[in-house]
Design a protein around this ligand. Structure first.
Ligand SMILES: [Ca+2]
Length: 510
């Protein structure tokens, strides 16, 4: 009897499919650790996000390289700092998709790769077998998606639900199941201007959120912090119509047209539900005739409530994604990552938004559910950064990590090891100025105890913080007697990092 043999290449592929890990990377927008109950239980409960941490690991010192949407995404994709991947700013750059990226390396190694949701890098995605992205920031209500052939399709529903539907549909129906896969699920939630799913409009309305200790910061000794335009108190920065949603038909604010265009996406039935809710809020607001601190604190409560509502739908959808992976039998073989493109201010220093190298926005939540074979559980204390994601995923999946990547593989940490030579300092560089929110250009170094920052371009100001004695970063001790030695040491470390990463800004430090 004649024997039939499977071609060797097919045998190799089927073996590969069984042995190789999958990576499901869920990234949200502007979701900060203060609003994630496994990090901070003062404000909200996020049971599904916490499931990831409870079953796996929670990074308690997780940071970004540039606290802003597009640049942060580019750092993640390339494993390189902004000056090296070329996408330093949302308003001045276009991502060069011809360069080496993590998904391209996965694709070349035989992985199925897909990207769904918010991309925000101007140029089309490269390195993906399948992509379906939203234009720019995308819309919460009845959003439009860009297809791979360049055509656009408007979908009925709420963005967070639709992104999850598409991700599950790709895993279940669209991918080639003979290959391992890398899937990016990039949510718009919880980005400004926090438009909730209609079924959650009334959620959190009976909750008074505690006001952060630094809410009334006077920015003494910190001119860049004083110059920002991301203040809750300012009606220019936090708009009464667009952000607070207490629109007055007789008053057109700076961002009223933007707001009307966003809620104009709702159909008439949906719009009636929306208006019924926010009109009653606006009538109550006008009757109160608030000013000064009372107005600022009112805006803070509205901001926190709407942000929390948007987050609730996100948490539901992360739960739905985890349930799918479990039911499809994929959990044992899949690394599930949850993170955000950066942290955010929830009233700390009186702010919303991000950008600064101060802790709240320099940090980003990072939890992972580990596949079989990786034994780490609980908290991981080492300082990690979003430039480490590419090397980590590649390393985990047995794909060589290119030497020109700036990040380092976290795989030893996921194995439960504590490498003695782990990095002792992080580098950060924010480039987008002049721009919205008026945060000056700055770069700096952070060790486990100190942060040294240099604001430059149209100012020349150094800031030094002792995170042990001043974790809220209210006291800039740069230039104060007794700090000479530590300042000298940190500047030396900063120069070393700038030279190692070849950031031309080194000339501003030396
Ligand atoms: Ca963001």
């Amino acid at each position: 009897m004649k024997k039939t043999y499977l071609p060797l290449s097919l045998l190799a592929l089927s073996a590969t499919a069984q042995e190789k890990y999958n990576v499901v990377y869920i990234m949200t927008d502007d979701h900060t650790a203060q609003m994630m109950s496994c990090y901070d239980n003062r404000y909200v409960e996020t049971p599904n996000l916490d499931r990831i941490a409870n079953d796996g690991v929670r990074f308690v010192n997780s940071f970004v390289a540039n606290s802003l949407s597009g640049p942060s995404r580019a750092c993640m994709l390339t494993g390189k700092h902004s000056h090296a991947n070329g996408f330093t700013s949302n308003v001045y750059d276009v991502f060069d998709g011809s360069q080496q990226t993590m998904p391209k390396l996965f694709q070349a190694a035989g992985y199925q790769t897909a990207m769904i949701g918010k991309w925000h890098l101007i140029s089309d995605p490269t390195g993906f077998d399948f992509w379906n992205i939203v234009p720019g920031q995308g819309d919460y209500y009845n959003p439009e998606f860009i297809n791979m052939d360049g055509s656009r399709t408007q979908h009925k529903g709420y963005m967070t639900n639709i992104v999850t539907d598409k991700a599950i549909d790709w895993m279940e129906n669209k991918r080639d199941k003979d290959h391992p896969f890398l899937l990016f699920i990039h949510h718009k939630a919880c980005h400004r201007n926090w438009l909730p799913e209609l079924k959650y409009l009334s959620l959190y309305e009976d909750k008074e959120f505690p006001i952060p200790e630094t809410f009334y910061d006077d920015y003494e000794g910190r001119p860049a912090a004083k110059a920002q335009e991301m203040s809750i108190a300012s009606n220019h920065d936090m708009d009464l119509a667009y952000d607070v949603k207490v629109m007055d038909a007789n008053v057109t604010t700076r961002l009223t047209p933007n707001y009307l265009s966003m809620i104009g996406r709702l159909d008439s039935r949906e719009r009636a539900i929306y208006d019924q809710f926010y009109d009653s809020i606006a009538i109550d607001f006008r009757a109160r005739k608030l000013s000064g601190k009372a107005l600022t604190e009112y805006k803070y409560q509205r901001y926190m409530r709407d942000y929390a509502k948007v987050l609730k739908t996100l948490d539901d959808n992360v739960g739905r994604t985890l349930d799918y992976l479990r039911d499809a039998g994929l959990l044992e073989n899949t690394l599930v990552v949850y993170t955000s493109d950066q942290g955010f201010y929830m009233g700390e220093h009186g702010w919303f938004d991000k950008r600064f190298m101060y802790e709240e926005s320099f940090r980003t939540p990072l939890v992972m559910r580990l596949p079989d074979g990786l034994s780490a559980r609980g908290d991981i204390p080492q300082m990690v950064q979003n430039i480490d994601y590419a090397p980590t995923f590649l390393d985990l999946c047995g794909i060589p990590v290119p030497e020109d990547m700036h990040g380092v593989s976290m795989l030893p940490l996921l194995r439960g090891e504590s490498p003695k030579n782990w990095r002792d300092a992080l580098y950060y560089h924010f480039h987008e100025f002049p721009a919205e929110h008026a945060v000056k250009r700055h770069y700096g170094v952070r060790t486990d105890r100190y942060t040294l920052i240099h604001f430059y371009e149209d100012i020349d100001v150094w800031e030094l913080y002792d995170l042990q004695n001043d974790p809220q970063q209210l006291h800039n001790i740069y230039g104060q007697p007794g700090t000479e030695k530590i300042t000298k040491r940190l500047k030396k470390r900063l120069v070393k990092l700038q030279e190692e990463y070849a950031d031309p800004a080194v000339k501003l430090t030396k």
